[in-house]
Design a binder for this molecule. Structure first.
Ligand SMILES: [Ca+2]
Length: 189
């Protein structure tokens, strides 16, 4: 079905007559109660499914199943995304507001290829941004090569190197989800 017709059908089904005269921006706002709807460029909106927009990028935050780092890499690729690749303090600070302070989450950083040289699996480059916890990275047992977000004191997230076979939740990141399933153009009102 034409995506525009599908959206129109959803709109007429869910909204009563009294609200149908409201602006399109208001209707789009209501749609966020059903799924993740975001303006992806001027006048264009997208239903981004399980991906949540934070600043300029989209994130899928796994909250049900813990996996090892390797499986986290695979799972993000399945979703057409990649493990989170934090670029700066602003991205870090905004993202952690959406996380459960009791959980750990895998990032795309690892020094598996070269000890103590933390590289992004996404870009292949040296880490853009690091916020290590106190005394980290410590490569405990000389077997910690994958970087997780974790809150030791249950108050603030930091980065820690841990064993790649340990299980954590994970965060996938993309500039625009490939599973976007509704895109409409705002008409001239
Ligand atoms: Ca460590």
């Amino acid at each position: 079905m034409d995506p525009k017709l599908l959206l129109l059908a959803v709109y007429w089904y869910f909204w009563p007559d009294s609200t149908r005269a409201s602006s399109l921006s208001h209707r789009i706002g209501n749609l966020t109660n059903i799924s993740q709807v975001h303006e992806i460029s001027n006048g264009f909106y997208a239903d981004t499914g399980p991906f949540k927009r934070i600043l300029s990028k989209y994130y899928y935050i796994e909250a049900k199943r813990k996996v090892n780092w390797f499986m986290a890499v695979h799972k993000c690729r399945e979703l057409g995304a990649h493990l989170i690749s934090l670029r700066n303090a602003q991205e870090f600070d905004e993202l952690i507001r959406a996380l459960n302070i009791r959980n750990c989450y895998w990032t795309d950083l690892t020094d598996l290829a070269e000890q103590s040289k933390y590289r992004s699996m996404t870009t292949g480059l040296a880490a853009s941004y690091l916020r290590w916890g106190s005394l980290e990275p410590n490569n405990l047992g000389k077997n910690e090569h994958c970087v997780q977000l974790i809150a030791y004191d249950k108050r603030r997230f930091i980065m820690n190197d841990n064993q790649c076979t340990r299980r954590c939740y994970f965060i996938c990141e993309t500039k625009l989800p490939s599973q976007t399933n509704i895109v409409i153009q705002q008409p001239n009102l």
